[in-house]
Design a protein around this ligand. Sequence first.
Ligand code: THU
Length: 136
Amino acid sequence: MENKDLIKKALKAKEMAYVPYSNFHVGAAVETDDGSIFTGCNIENASYSPTICAERIAIFKAVSEGKTRIKKIIVVGDSDMTFPCGVCRQVIREFARDAEVIVANSTDEYKVYSLEDLLPHSFGPEDLKRSKKDSD
Ligand code: THU
């Protein structure tokens, strides 16, 4: 899907943000390798720590439908260019290592990053498979 259309979906998802505590709205959209689209918004909680970011909702919706290969992720938030938080970057690392991460203010104003830009020297599934203990 065109970046502009995905950004529109993320902006629409942002309207559903449940944010009574921060009043900071975030929306996300992901496209998987078969062209499926999943969206998410941040969902907060009175106990605070159960709060989940918009990107993770969108990614987990995709994964829970069996779509584990993500090729694009859009993030839109209330700040000027809202970037994914550190926890979301790690989740992107798991399911969207080669994805384009698109941070947008609007359909006309956005930037495209790689995960390597956002989370260099990352830890991921491959590390567990090449533990030094294996060669003992
Ligand atoms: N938030 C996201 O949804 N995504 C991010 O990557 C940054 C933070 C949400 C979590 C919380 O509901 C609100 O923004 C303020 O931190």
